[in-house]
Write a protein that binds this ligand. Sequence first.
Ligand SMILES: O=C(O)CCC(=O)C(=O)O
Ligand SMILES: [Mn+2]
Length: 193
Amino acid sequence: MAEWIDIRDGGQFLYDPTFCSPEEADTLFAWLRTSIAWKQEAVRGKPLPRLNAWFADEGLKYSYSGLSHLGTGWLPELEEIRSAVETTSGTTFNSLLLNLYRDGQDSIGFHTDAEPELGENPAVATVSFGSVREFVLKHRKARETLSYQLGHGSLFVMGGTSQHHWLHALPKTEEALGERVSLTFRRIVGTRA
Ligand SMILES: O=C(O)CCC(=O)C(=O)O
Ligand SMILES: [Mn+2]
């Protein structure tokens, strides 16, 4: 069973590399590639270097990076993953942002998942499929970085005060990598439409 690890200033994370079996991970990855309506969104006119999709409980509003969304419910496959993530992480989630990194040039820069809608100390749980990518956590003040290789079928959860003190990123790489999909589960509090 994966355990929570304490990091500087009350941050916490949990990493379970065997969250999905290899067979489950292959099946889900293939399903995610073909069944999700992936879109390249743009923030202030600039296309993001990755594709996205978003799901949430019906009627739930959420905005991030200036983009706003309204939840229209879940697909059964995604609900099943959510429920397994909830069991392992001991947290409940009502929304999901999916990312598709097409190759090593797709990425996400350093940021926090500290939107006000996520509450004081949000837990964000990421299930990864496809190519292994480096995930980097960087402390805001101390010169400390932590780096993890997020593998196919793994679960990585950030919790505690992580979003106050640590930035995270999925850097670009020159390596010739294939696609990676990440499912990032979040809990939005107090913004029903
Ligand atoms: O793809 C990942 O593992 C990280 C994505 C992320 O940080 C986000 O969507 O906010
Ligand atoms: Mn994030």
